[in-house]
Design a protein around this ligand. Sequence first.
Ligand SMILES: Nc1ncnc2c1ncn2[C@@H]1O[C@H](COP(=O)(O)OP(=O)(O)OP(=O)(O)O)[C@@H](O)[C@H]1O
Ligand SMILES: [Mg+2]
Length: 209
Amino acid sequence: MTFLVGDNGTGKSTLIEALAVAAGFNAEGGSQSFRFATRATQSSLGDHLALRWGRKPRTGFSLRAESFYNVATEIERLDADPDSPPLLPAYGGVSPHERSHGESFLDLVIHRFGPHGLYLLDEPEAALSVRGCLALVRRIGELVEQGSQFVVATHSPILLAVPNARILQIDVDGTIEQVGYDGAEPVILTRGFLADPARFLHHLFIDNP
Ligand SMILES: Nc1ncnc2c1ncn2[C@@H]1O[C@H](COP(=O)(O)OP(=O)(O)OP(=O)(O)O)[C@@H](O)[C@H]1O
Ligand SMILES: [Mg+2]
């Protein structure tokens, strides 16, 4: 379980997307069998990465929060093909378009994700309530125990709590360092804010007029 953390614009999505391309996944999300593209915006970094496998994953999926809508549309399109086996049961039985954003995301992780997979996720918390994030922590922990590997870009201090995760923090100058849970910026800043919201707001509104 590897997390990428860092401020906006430090390159997390670029790296996740490049890993997806190098692993043979669709750049806009999905598995190896997804081939749709609405607009190719990925950098060429993926073409220059060489992945080294301890063990080739049996399955996998990549997901960008902002393109799950297109993944859902592709699932419906693939499922409409009368010559191929039904796809929806693997996604919880209901089209993601007929579920809420968070529900469809949890359907995907609970029903479609499985053992010995490679899962590349970009800000999965975008869809999720706090309770949903905790459900995701539990499911990721379970799948990691079953031999799956995750690389996840996140700003969520809750997701970072997945047991035994490696947290790589990207600085604004591009340096990457491994930090512990208590040293991760989303954890430090959220803790500081929740401990004394008034002090933070005072700083935002009064000290910076
Ligand atoms: N298609 C693109 N072409 C050129 N530059 C881009 C492109 N997409 C992103 N960038 C730039 O690359 C840098 C890294 O972007 P990236 O999306 O990887 O950041 P991020 O760490 O995922 O940020 P966030 O936390 O906001 O999602 C940013 O400075 C961004 O402006
Ligand atoms: Mg990003």
